[in-house]
Design a protein around this ligand. Structure first.
Ligand code: ADP
Ligand code: SF4
Length: 690
């Protein structure tokens, strides 16, 4: 069977109330850090998904009223008609490719802080807000509930006027008031909106009925519902109240978009859940209770898994956020039988981190993500070569691989030289650490692409020095030579007072451990001043190897940055389970006479801890020796990229390699002037006031 016929079921149209999706590919609502703050970016980002074949393309959550103000996060906004033109940009961009545009209307209840609007925060009952701040939400009275229903109805009408085809009622992620009313621990009401499940579901039922009544003649009404909180008996469970809710509302929505919550469970990383389709066991009951189409998620990027899910009757439509971010053209590639060309999501959640930081989305696998409007980047299209120039890329880590691949796509003759025995650089090394296996997809995708191109040559075990570069006679050179972890303990917390290392115990770096040089005996001190995943993963590895591990960090939590990738609670829990001795709020003063000297970040009080080895995870040194040796050699192009230019995330290295390839042979003045297009707010004042 050809690929296209094997997957043809995925390209069948699906009726969603008054509208029909052209196929089963459904980009479910996901944040992209653009929203109402960067509407042109938002429109181009969503339009690209439609161009790539997604039959339905949804916004991120869209606030319906100032009492649901999630500032400073950049979600969508539809407080009043003034927000319609910005959203119209998106619906036009999606419709241009024949796809349906969906909007996820939301009232966030106590998940909104109302920092901008300073409006009262609303909840089913009096309670704290969903953030560690001294502020409370107030119980909604009957007038508030009537108002909420009216706001939702009016927002639905505005959404229709903005051109949306599918309009959501949203009860998920523990972030929305409709769901808050359903959950007994958030709803202590004694009126008809509290108590029995029927009462707790009443608000959702009303919102669904009223949305249908308002826009159902021309739009599909979708219901996003978290069937399971994944808290066992402490929360809503798919086979208990989750199921009962689906039974109660079965035929009310035109489409069920079902998942698990909270967000960290819905968008779990591969580090903590390697299996694609991990939500199926929770959501598969839904289809048996409704005749309406069901969409589900769970890192669904594999077309065979998609077909089997449709065949088994688990879902009608394939929902995706991250797979659509990593590869906006995933549906088209499946249709064209180009399965090997799919850029698979690695489940690292760097995309999520951008939303948490209120900046435009980025993706480790897809460096064009978020750059569709501001830089005009397309994930599948790049300008053809400007000349017959030849390029040399040194280093086949993520930066070098991406740079070489994009230069080859442009049509240049490319030579890629790598010192090591395998391609991938840090990605190859890191993907062998516990839980990070899926990261190898960064290498696999690029190696597959390069292997298809006759104009790209890859040489392994080819450590080049300046003389050899000169002998090659290639005038355009990109150095992706990477970075190495330093062994002197200098980092953010120790700049003023470098730690004293007297050599009494062996000191290791992450590079040592990844190269297989492990401490022979514990206790092993791991000092983390990097705050990403590295130190936590190494602690896990050493603890699993049976060594006693002490994890010290100047931060108040383990692996602080992983909060942004929705993993921190899991990292810390795992280290606790493995018996790691965690010492937060401690700065490393030294390792002397077989003891680590850890100073309290606040009191400066030093506590000595016995250790037999130390692993220092602090900073990296850029590998610039080759650059320094070549910089006066008169090469037409000599450019440092990736970690050799700026040690950072793998996503940053890929981005840097991509940028270098895009900018190659462009006029430097033009590149300099054309940093990126910005979205500057209009100075026109609403309502003519000044
Ligand atoms: P990045 O993240 O910037 O891509 P990595 O550290 O992952 O950086 O990769 C750098 C790669 O460059 C490594 O695989 C390393 O072996 C290779 N490399 C470094 N110096 C040279 C050199 N002089 N010649 C060839 N390869 C090199
Ligand atoms: Fe997947 Fe990571 Fe890209 Fe997010 S950033 S879409 S998790 S590869």
């Amino acid at each position: 069977m050809s690929d296209s016929s094997r997957y043809s079921v995925l390209f069948e149209p699906v009726k969603i109330g008054a509208v029909t999706a052209p196929n089963r590919f459904y980009q479910v609502p996901h944040c992209n850090g653009m929203g109402h703050v960067r509407p042109r970016g938002e429109a181009a980002n969503r339009g690209m998904k439609a161009a790539g074949g997604w039959g339905v393309v949804a916004t991120q959550e869209t606030e319906i009223h100032p009492t649901s103000d999630v500032s400073p996060f950049a979600e969508n906004r539809l407080w009043d008609a003034a927000d319609i033109p910005a959203l119209r940009l998106m619906t036009d961009a999606v419709h241009e490719h024949g796809s349906l545009a969906a909007i996820e209307l939301v009232h966030n209840g106590n998940h909104a802080q109302n920092l901008l609007s300073r409006a009262p925060i609303l909840a089913p009952s009096d309670m704290s807000v969903d953030y560690p701040i001294p502020k409370q939400a107030r119980a909604m009275d009957k007038t508030d509930i009537r108002n909420l229903r009216r706001w939702h109805r009016e927002a639905a009408l505005r959404a229709r006027d903005a051109g949306f085809d599918i309009i959501y009622v949203y009860a998920g992620h523990n972030m929305t008031i409709a769901q808050h009313f359903m959950l007994p621990h958030m709803n202590q009401r004694t009126d008809e909106y509290g108590g029995s499940l029927e009462n707790r579901v009443r608000l959702t039922r009303e919102l669904l009925e009223e949305t249908h009544e308002a826009v159902g003649d021309t739009c599909g009404v979708a219901f996003r519902f978290a069937v399971d909180e994944m808290l066992g008996a402490d929360g809503m469970q798919a086979q208990e109240e989750g199921r009962a809710v689906v039974e109660m509302l079965a035929e009310l929505p035109d489409l069920w978009d079902v998942n698990v919550c909270e967000w960290a469970n819905d968008s779990v990383t591969t580090r903590f859940q390697p299996e694609d389709g991990y939500q199926n066991e929770y959501i598969s009951f839904v289809k048996s209770l409704t005749t309406k189409p069901v969409v589900g998620v769970g890192r669904l990027g594999n077309p065979d898994l998609m077909v089997s899910m449709i065949g088994k009757g688990i879902v009608d439509m394939i929902g995706a956020a991250r797979p659509s971010i990593a590869d906006p053209f995933l549906p088209n590639k499946i249709r064209e039988g180009r399965i090997e060309d799919i850029r698979e999501c690695i489940g690292c959640n760097i995309c999520v981190s951008a939303d948490s930081l209120a900046v435009s989305i980025r993706c480790t696998q897809n460096p064009t993500q978020g750059e569709e409007w501001r830089r005009g980047w397309h994930p599948e299209v790049i300008a053809p070569k400007a000349s017959d120039a030849e390029a040399l890329v040194v280093g086949a880590g993520p930066a070098g691989l991406e740079c070489a691949m994009q230069l080859a796509r442009r049509g240049y003759e490319v030579t890629l030289a790598e010192a090591g025995v395998e391609p991938g650089g840090r990605v190859a090394r890191e993907s062998r650490l516990p839980g990070l296996g899926a990261w190898a997809r960064v290498v696999d995708y690029r190696m597959h692409d390069l292997s298809q191109r006759a104009n790209a040559r890859l040489f392994m075990e080819s450590a080049l020095d300046a003389e050899q570069v000169g002998e090659l006679g290639i005038p355009h050179v990109f150095l992706a030579t990477g970075a190495h972890w330093r062994a002197d303990g200098i980092g953010r917390s120790t700049l003023r007072r470098p730690p004293v290392l007297d050599g009494s115990v062996p000191v290791f770096t992450p590079d040592d451990l990844m190269a297989g040089r492990l401490p022979e005996a514990g206790p092993v001190l791991i000092y983390d001043d990097d705050h990403g995943y590295m130190a936590g993963v190494l602690a896990e590895q050493l603890a699993q190897a049976g060594l006693e591990v002490i994890f010290a960090t100047p931060e108040s939590i383990v692996s602080h940055f992983t909060t942004l990738t929705l993993e921190q609670h899991r990292v810390q829990a795992r280290l606790i389970e493995l018996g790691v001795d965690i010492r937060c709020n401690h700065v490393l003063r030294g390792v002397q006479s077989g003891q680590a000297h850890l100073a309290c970040s606040y009191s400066d009080r030093v506590s000595p801890v016995e250790c037999a080895a130390a692993v220092l995870v602090t900073e990296r040194r850029r590998e610039t020796a080759l650059y320094d040796a070549l910089k006066d050699s008169g090469l037409a192009t000599l450019e440092l990229i990736g970690d050799a230019a700026m040690p950072a995330l793998i996503a940053d290295a890929v981005y840097s390699g991509h940028m270098a390839a895009r900018n190659f042979e462009r006029d430097p003045a033009e590149v300099d002037a054309d940093w990126f297009r910005r979205e500057i707010p209009s100075l026109t004042v609403e309502g003519g006031r000044s």
